[in-house]
Write a protein that binds this ligand. Structure first.
Ligand code: SF4
Ligand code: ZN
Length: 302
């Protein structure tokens, strides 16, 4: 029975507590509000773009932020979607995101690889790692379009599971600099060329978000990108899921212990990687030529 009100439980927390529908929704929203407040993710007059894919995580963030700030006209929320061109997957999620935004009167901007780069992701992945190409190009488009929209922050649907995977991936690859950029508020310091990213679902697990999205009717199917299975991230995800099964709380421990050392990592990396301008496209970059231009060059010369 639900710990608080003795009704039928719908979710068991890692602490062992069981919660009914209403208590679970309250618990979830309270924890997200706390993340926003404690980590100072949103200022009083911020304009926010939410990076939506049409999936459960990003639409949950969009829904929550719209509800939290519905009485506050100084915080304005918009949605930004990048269509990579993934057959049999993206069309349905774009349609769902459009419907979702229309019903709630949220302005939505859509940009595609096809229009921006002249190709779809499907047409260039042969012989390449799809997620490496996709991640670099999407990051670039999200940043340039969020900047053009004039927003202060870009909210994403990254959750506790995603972050635990990224922390472990960075450790396995000895990428301390990338780890220093993590956290609920990403980046090390402000830079006019980068829109800082915020992750309101940072401490929410994938299971919690699935339950929340389902109970609130945010999504009714949980389709995955067909390329997901091929990724390095997916191997780390499966490994962590196995550990979580055997030792409940593993992912939570990875993220919370990481949060304790994160201020030291940010301090260490501060001022280290001077931001330059990409010699080809002028976008901010840690190298002479940015990753997007390197990927585009490789695709062009293949
Ligand atoms: Fe892109 Fe990989 Fe994510 Fe699919 S799973 S949307 S290819 S990053
Ligand atoms: Zn460039």
């Amino acid at each position: 029975m639900c710990q608080n009100c003795q009704k039928k439980p719908v979710f068991k927390l890692i602490s062992g507590e069981s919660l009914c529908k209403n208590c679970f929704l309250r618990y979830f929203e309270k924890k997200v509000r706390k993340t926003i407040r404690v980590h100072k993710l949103i200022d009083k007059k911020d304009e926010i773009a939410v990076a939506v894919s049409g999936g459960k995580d990003s639409l949950t963030v969009l829904d929550l932020l719209c509800n939290i700030y519905k009485e506050n006209k100084n915080v304005r929320i918009k949605a930004l979607l990048i269509d990579e061109g993934i057959d049999g997957y993206r069309d349905a999620s774009v349609a769902h995101a459009k419907k979702f935004c229309k019903e709630r009167n949220i302005p939505l901007e859509i940009h595609s690889y096809k229009k921006e780069f002249g190709f779809t992701l499907d047409s260039v992945v042969k012989g390449r790692k799809p997620c490496s190409v996709c991640g670099v190009l999407r990051r670039n488009l999200l940043n340039t379009h969020a900047r053009a929209m004039g927003v202060k922050k870009l909210a994403t649907g990254h959750n506790l599971d995603d972050e635990a995977q990224t922390i472990i991936m960075n450790q396995f690859r000895k990428n301390v600099e990338a780890s220093a950029r993590l956290g609920p508020l990403t980046g090390i310091e402000d830079h006019e060329g980068f829109v800082r990213r915020i992750k309101p679902l940072y401490f929410m697990s994938e299971k919690e978000i699935m339950t929340y999205a389902f109970l609130k009717g945010i999504v009714d199917d949980f389709n995955e990108c067909p390329y997901n299975k091929e990724s390095y991230r997916n191997q780390v995800r499966e490994m962590l899921n196995q550990f979580e099964e055997l030792y409940p709380g593993t992912k939570h421990s990875i993220v919370t212990s990481f949060m304790e050392v994160l201020p030291l990592l940010k301090q260490k990396e501060k001022g280290n990687g001077r931001i330059k301008q990409c010699q080809k496209c002028g976008e901010p970059s840690s190298q002479d030529v940015c990753q997007k231009c390197i990927v585009l060059q490789q695709i062009k010369s293949a």
